[in-house]
Ligand binder design. Sequence first.
Ligand code: URA
Length: 241
Amino acid sequence: MATEDIQAELLKTMQALKGQVINRESLSAGIDWSKPQKTAVCKPATVVSKSKTVQTNKEELLKALRSELGDCQHCPLGKTRKNLVFGVGNPEARIVFVGEAPGADEDEQGLPFVGRAGQLLTDIIVKGMKMQRKDVYICNILKCRPPGNRNPQTDEIRLCEPFLKKQLSIIAPEIICGLGKFAAQTLLKTEVAISALRGRFHTYEGIKLMPTYHPAYLLRNPSAKKQVWEDIQMIMNEVNL
Ligand code: URA
């Protein structure tokens, strides 16, 4: 090869090498290479996997709690129920609705708030709050239906409440909405009437709690819907909905 050809070849190689150096510099722009690369490159992945772990934990802890309840026979309702109604919804929910106890439809299906009162609660969530049932979590003070839909008895509440307490501590929502007298009075350990409790936030185990009228009460007293809507709007404001 002639000397000029060798020089030309060397020049080409040097230019190509220079190009690669420039490319590597522009690729690394913004990264502090003096720190271990892991920090810059792996941080988002760590955050993603962390949040996944948290989600799985709540879901799994709820599953474990459901297994703990099993074929619960702590109170006599275990003998008369068809299905234990544990609760349904998003384990990561920001809002949890707590009702009184399953009725006939709920007992039949093993799901909370699926009867007429449940349809009204669904309307509040979907039409009013512009959310879906799967975005929130829904459960009751009692996990089993009292025969003939009679009121929950003190002993039944005492025996069932620890499971609700665990359920709420796992979900750890920002807001609990206590539906009706039994939910509000049980959670707040008070005998004050629901009409006096509703309309303002209280605190349950460090969580904001809004008591409001039960959807079944609204079916009998539609004029109270206005007050429930006021309570629901306070919840929506609180979570920036
Ligand atoms: N009423 C309740 O309090 N809970 C239900 O699940 C259904 C009706």
